[in-house]
Every structure is written in structure tokens, then in C-alpha cells.
Design a protein around this ligand. Sequence first.
Ligand code: NDP
Length: 491
Amino acid sequence: MGAVEKSRKDVLPAGSWDYASSLEGRDIVSFEERYGLFIGGEQVSPRSRSWFTTVSPSTEEPLAEVAQAGAKDVALAVGAAQEAFAPWSSWRPAERAKVLFRIARILQERARELAVAESLDGGKPIKESRDVDLPLAAAHFFYYAGWADKLEYAFPGRRPRPIGVAAQIVPWNFPLLMLAWKIAPALACGNTVVLKPAETTPLTALLFADVCRQAEVPPGVVNIVTGDGSTGAHLVRSEGIGKVAFTGSTEVGKAIQRELAGRDISLTLELGGKAANIVFEDCALDQAVEGIVNGIYFNQGHVCCAGSRLLVQESIHDQLVRKLKRRMSTLRVGDPLDKNTDVGAINSKAQLDRITELVQAGTDEGAELYQPPCRLPEKGWWFAPTVFTNVAQSHRIAQEEIFGPVLSVLTFRTPDEAVEKANNTMYGLSAGIWTEKGSRILWMADRLRAGVVWGNTFNRFDPASPFGGYKESGFGREGGRHGLEAYLRFE
Ligand code: NDP
């Protein structure tokens, strides 16, 4: 006790009640100066001869140089995946399962290293990459390893067969976790993959290439091509792919769908969202406040299913907003590697500009902005937790995906009105309901056009539970038995 007090006094200014920082060591991860592409089980230099630098969004410090894959590189990766498909898909399913189990175990063993890498490259708080991203990524491999030799039972009488080469494009908000969502079911079903991570967060995918080597994944079964949007576009245009799985913006999702029109390629799209978190007057209010905070400030709000619209019953509006503001003032914004940090860095300058522009629009359109006092670091990209009250349904901040730590508060009087407002969006990915009545949760869930509906909780994920959207949030499901279907054809 004495020692702790002494060390805090050493670090903190006199009279401060702040937490002393508790930094996760970064020595556990060492990045190479340069990463080539992972094709056919080896790191290869890009034919494009072009490279880019990936930086840490919390410090703007360069972390490594990464290959920018061009059309020839992508063709090479697809070729390697095609070549690996016949042998891999004819492996005994139980043997394929062993490879997936090995990947899962190695992810667990290297969890700290990968979590630090994720926080450095992406800006998310270490307590999230450590306690959410990594455990869930491993859990996905464990879960789908279990299905690999049971596909006939998952789809009785339908003779499931792998599709071939899966082209997979993932975003920057959950780089390794999205990789796991994509690669685990694809391999379990006997497919091979070419995966493109986002330009701003390629490093954990490149470390995953090393995990594949350790787990003795046969060469060509997993290929990783880094680059910007043009690399993704080459991948989608490639001959020789049988399936495209995309997570990202609705705009790019639509472009991919147009590109694939008329081609015999199956497609799943996991796109944006504008989820309603609906709070009834009979709920456990303090618990709801925690759920609201988790719903929108988790991962800086860079979450497709974020509870970015708070629909609160009019009778408790003032009380709830008061409690929410008080809770927001305790959020610690700062160094992603500090174990006390609640809100990390914004992933890129481009994303910060997008958030800033939409927040300005919110103010211009007449909503009332609140941000708790907090000191943002000088270097890097940051945005304070923000809540808007007096929001109208027509405001841009109530309609568009902000993908940042910004909450828009609207009110309702009756359950019917809550449903009407919650569904009044082009998206349909997720929703939350807070009430003490289970029957009301079921009544609401029946009427909400959202792929996932949480009751008295928010942002809970499980590999056994399917995830996906309606309307412009995309189609197809990832996770669970449904997630297998996207990687199979049936004879
Ligand atoms: P994008 O949709 O551009 O990025 C997602 C992935 O697609 C990245 O790997 C990206 O590569 C790649 N990509 C970009 N253009 C193409 C293309 N023409 N063909 C194939 N692949 C492509 O999202 P942004 O990063 O531009 O973010 C913009 C907005 O999208 C955010 O503000 C947010 O609202 C939303 N978004 C939603 C996500 C979700 O999970 N639903 C995730 C990310 C963003 P690269 O990174 O190299 O550009």
C-alpha cells in the first residue's frame, strides 16, 4: 500500500486525483523494417516495387514499411490460392480442424504481442485489444475448428462443398478480429483465401502470416496482400476467385456489388450501421448508462454496430442525460498502451476529418453539443467523447454513420414511436433495448429491422452467434452455423 502511494506521488502532480499511467510494455512486439506480401507461404517483394509506411495514430510515429500490392501481385496471390485449393480441400476434415485449433492456440499464446501490435497500429486501448479483440479472434478459430469435420451435420442432406478461393477485404476498426471472422470459417469449409487488410492497419495481418507458418498451414492456403483501396479493387476483379467477403463502408460495398454483377461469385457484405440504443423509463438506469457508454465510446466509436443513436423515453430524458454526462467525465482519453485508457486514438487523419465535419454539421443544424473537459495529447489524432442533445431525425448526425465517439440523443413517448424512429434509417445492423420487461424486449425485437438486437446489454459478441445486417447494412451472416453457409456450395 505504502509503495503504491509512493510511486503515484512520484508520477502525479501534487493534489491530482488522476490515475497514474500503467503502460503495457511494447518490447513484446518487434516489427520488421519492411514487410513483403505473404504469398504461397512466403514473404515476397511486390512486383509493383511500391511500398507505404504504416504509422501509429496515437503518435504519428512510423512503425514499418509495407508492400503496396498491384494487379500482378494480386494475380500471383490468387494463383497461389488456386493451386493450394485442390490439396487443401481434399484433406481429411479432422486434419483441417487440427490446423485451425493450432492457429487458435498460437493466437492465445501470442495474445499479448498481438494486442500490443493492434493498439500501436490502430490506436485502440490495450484493454480492448487484450480483453476483446484477441480472445474473440482465438474463439472464432476454436469455434470453426469444431465445425470442420461436422459440416454434413450442420446442413443435413445438402452435401456441402467448399467454393474455392475466397477474396476477403477487411477494415481498420477490428483488424485481427475481422481477419478471424473471415479466415476461420473459410478454412474450416476447405476454401483457400486471399485477404486484404486495411491500409492503415496491416501489421497484425502480417504477424498472422507468421502464426500461419507456426501452425503449419500449407503454403498458399492463406495469402495476405497489403495495399490501399486499389489493391482491394484488383482482388475483387480477379479471375479465379469464387467468393468475396467484404466488411467496410456501404459506398465501397455497393461498388463491389456492381463489379460482381453478372459473375458467378458469391458475395457477403458487412457494411455500416446507425444503431438505436433504446432506453425505456422502467430500465435499470445506471446499468443503461454503462451500456450507452460501452455502445458508443468502445473502440472510439469505430464500430459498425455502435449504438450511435440514443432513443430515450421522454420522461427520463433529463435524468439520463445528467447521469450520462457525469459518467462521460470519468472516461480517460489517451495513450492506447495505458491500461487505464478508455478511449484511444482516432484511426487516421482522414477519419478524424470525417468525424470533425459531421460534428460541425450537428452544431450547424442546431443540436446541442457536450464534451467533458479532457486534455487531448498534442501528437496523433484524437476526438473527445461527444454527446449531442436536441437532435432531430432529419439531422445528418441522426442519419449518417459518424464512426467516431459521437452520440446523438433523440426522445420517444411510446414503444410504437421508438420502433418507428429506430427503423427510420437506411441501415439495419443492430439495436439495443433497455427495460425491465422481458416481454417488451421480445415485442420490440420482433419489430426492429436490425440483424442483432441486444436486451439490457450492448456490443456483446460470440462466435456461435450470427452477425449481419438488413437494408444498406449488407447481407449474409458471419458467425455461427450461418457463417459456414457463406463459404459453401451445395450439391
Ligand atoms: P472502406 O470501405 O474504404 O474500407 C474498407 C476496406 O475496403 C479497406 O480494406 C479498404 O482499403 C478497402 N477498399 C477501399 N476501396 C475499395 C475498393 N474500391 N474495392 C475493394 N476494396 C476497397 O472504409 P474507409 O476506411 O474509407 O472508411 C470510410 C467510412 O466507412 C467510415 O467513416 C465508416 O463510416 C465506414 N466504415 C465502416 C466499417 C464497418 O465495419 N462497417 C469499417 C470501416 C469503415 P484501404 O483501407 O486500403 O482503403
